[in-house]
Design a protein around this ligand. Structure first.
Ligand code: S3P
Length: 170
């Protein structure tokens, strides 16, 4: 089986994903890293050179390819759930956890960073609110489990995921 982490930018998918993978003895895979390796350039470069639609094609390809594997914790980009085929593949391809986060927490976590093309505009907090509002129903319909991540340490979140995933007598 695979464990697939979905959620908005800054939800902590990568940090928590590494912890869960280590505890399960699973491989950690990040779809954003795969996209960059396949394209031979960074995500900001893909957005700038080829545009968001091309990025989304590469993202779907990376997801479907990754889902052919087993015993992986897969951390996904925040927009992966925009595509209906991606949503179906995620739900069918493993146990899906939505790491939910408020717009305020996202802004606290990402305001010092500059590698997120969708937030490189005049109103990042407004963009975060709007994107989150659009995407929340899609995260919800895709996930088997929802976990709130605001004001919580990654280790605590990983423990909560593991408590649900691991059989009681394991
Ligand atoms: C995106 C989120 C990013 C990355 C790309 C687009 C999005 O991943 O895939 O910048 O649409 O929300 P993270 O969620 O890992 O930051």
């Amino acid at each position: 089986m695979n464990v697939i982490l979905i959620g908005f930018m800054g939800a902590g998918k990568t940090t928590v994903g590494h912890l869960v993978a280590a505890r399960l003895g699973f491989r950690f895979v990040d779809t954003d890293d795969r996209i960059e390796a396949d394209a031979g350039k960074s995500i900001p470069e893909i957005f700038a050179d080829d545009g968001e639609p091309r990025f989304r094609e590469l993202e779907s390809a990376a997801l479907h390819d990754t889902l052919r594997g087993d015993e992986q914790v897969i951390s996904t980009g925040g927009g992966i759930i925009l595509d209906v085929e991606n949503r179906k593949a995620i739900r069918a391809g493993g146990y899906c956890v939505w790491m939910a986060v408020t717009p305020e927490t996202v802004w606290e976590r990402v305001s010092g960073e500059h590698h997120r093309p969708l937030l490189q505009n005049g109103d990042p907090p407004g963009t975060i609110r709007r994107l989150l509002e659009d995407r929340e129903p899609l995260y919800r319909e895709t996930a088997h489990l929802e976990i709130r991540t605001d004001h919580r340490r990654p280790a605590e979140i990983a423990d909560e995921i593991l408590a649900v995933i691991l059989p009681v007598d394991a």
